[in-house]
Design a binder for this molecule. Structure first.
Ligand code: NAP
Length: 413
């Protein structure tokens, strides 16, 4: 900018040190995928907020250099491939990326662009913080008691994509193998799906969840599983989870089962309680006693259901942020889909993507910019300025377009 020669101008890549810590330059290049459907609308509003928050927090000393990369419909129409190799390489090279929602083109040989992206980059932890923002309409009496972070395993379980259609040669061959070799009884002409769950994937997910509790000084980590029925998959997830807790974090944790029962039970100071809950029971726990849960570690399918149900408790999917993280790189993303009926209408709520960006700024260590956005979100909503999805649930509110909501946030940064 004219007359401000002291400003930083050199862009650079984010890198990772051997211990996993990020090295973030003052002007990092961050790839973004705009997304399909409502993607362009919510991205435009979000980018404005990110840029202004960074500019105001660091008085032009820091800035994000955005680099567009293609996936979904835009990539299909330009390259014929919904998930081009250059996109994956750009995320690997730049370590941190952010994305809007993506449509998977029907019949193009790829099950889901989102699932493929997570699997190809080994983004094994889907992290979804669920926290109530004051003023947001909620079906809960005390939504402020909900304050959890869900760590959902992202690479295996029934999401591994190993399944065969009923009546196909493959399904019949697997059924024959089960019936003849394994001596179990599977009905002929059944559809078949496979649920692989490994020790390595379960342990690294639970270790990441416990490390998060350590880093953020949180009181508990709950392993959510369905091990009472699926003993060798979900039951093993729980067992491996307890093992990694004992082996890696033994000085920091205590098992709930060792604490005894009753109202007088005291947790030793500084210790994180490791506990487990059966998945179906957990759905009523988070409704009736949400204050007892802080970090949740769970396999893929449980995590999918539970994180969306929790999002509904604090305002719905239009506001729920998320990140997919591996040991190498991280992709921050809106958790809802492309909401095609609102595409191009400048109507959708950009908060899911904006709050995912807040997670990204925290990950970069740019806490001041992250805090400024969180504060602006609370202030804007408490003034009753919201997009259609919240306006229809709030008696006293003014409905803003997606872009107007972004501008209202910027004014309150
Ligand atoms: P969706 O796109 O999430 O939309 C379902 C409904 O949720 C919308 O009609 C709207 O409800 C509400 N909603 C979602 N995002 C919103 C926002 N930002 N602001 C306000 N309301 C919002 O789910 P879908 O219709 O099942 O999926 C559509 C496409 O998205 C599919 O192709 C699917 O594969 C894809 N998808 C992508 C991702 C991803 O990229 N991570 C995730 C899920 C789905 P109302 O109509 O009630 O207003």
């Amino acid at each position: 900018m004219e007359g401000k020669k002291e400003h930083q101008t050199k862009t650079d890549r984010i890198t990772i040190k051997a211990d996993g810590a990020l090295v973030v330059p003052n002007i990092p290049v961050i790839p973004f995928i705009e997304g399909d459907g409502i993607g362009p609308d919510i991205w435009a509003a979000s980018r404005l907020v990110f840029d202004e928050a960074v500019r105001m927090a660091y008085v032009d000393q820091r800035k994000i250099e955005w680099k567009e990369i293609l996936a979904g419909e835009k990539a299909s129409s330009k390259t014929g491939n919904p998930l081009p190799e250059e996109t994956l390489q750009a995320i690997k090279d730049h370590v941190v990326a952010i994305k809007g929602p993506l449509t998977t083109p029907v019949g193009k040989g790829i099950r889901s662009v989102n699932v493929a992206l997570r699997q190809k980059l080994d983004l094994y932890a889907c992290i979804r913080p669920i926290r109530y923002i004051k003023g947001v309409p909620s079906p809960m009496k005390y939504p402020e008691k909900v304050n959890m972070v869900v760590f959902r395993e992202n690479t295996e379980d029934v999401y591994a994509g190993i399944e065969w259609e009923a009546g196909s040669d493959e399904a019949e061959a697997v059924i024959d193998f089960f019936n003849d070799r394994m001596k179990v009884d599977v009905r002929k002409a059944s559809a078949i799906g496979v649920k692989p769950m490994s020790e390595i994937a379960s342990r690294r997910l639970v270790a990441r969840a416990i490390q998060y509790a350590v880093d953020h000084d949180l009181p508990s980590v709950t392993l959510v599983h369905k091990g009472n029925i699926m003993k060798y998959t979900e039951g093993a997830f729980m067992r491996w989870g307890y093992e990694v807790a004992r082996e890696v974090f033994k000085d920091r944790i205590v098992f709930e089962s060792d604490l005894g029962e009753g109202p007088g039970v005291a947790v030793p100071p500084g210790k994180i309680v490791i506990k487990d809950r059966i998945a179906d029971m957990m759905f009523q726990q988070v409704l009736l006693r949400p204050e007892l849960y802080h970090v949740i570690a769970t396999p893929n399918l449980n995590g999918d259901y539970l994180s969306d149900a929790l999002a509904a408790q604090v305002g719905g999917l239009g506001m729920a942020p998320g990140a997919n993280m591996g040991d190498g790189c991280s992709v921050f993303e809106a958790t809802h889909g492309t909401a095609p009926k609102y595409a191009g209408k400048d109507k959708a709520n950009p908060l899911s993507l904006i709050l995912s960006g807040v997670m990204m700024l925290q990950h970069l260590g740019w806490q001041e910019a992250a805090y400024a956005i969180e504060h602006a979100v609370e202030k804007t909503i408490s003034e009753g300025l919201v997009t259609y999805d919240l306006a229809r649930q709030m008696q006293e509110s003014r409905e803003l377009k997606c872009s107007e909501f972004g501008e209202a946030l910027v004014e309150r940064l």
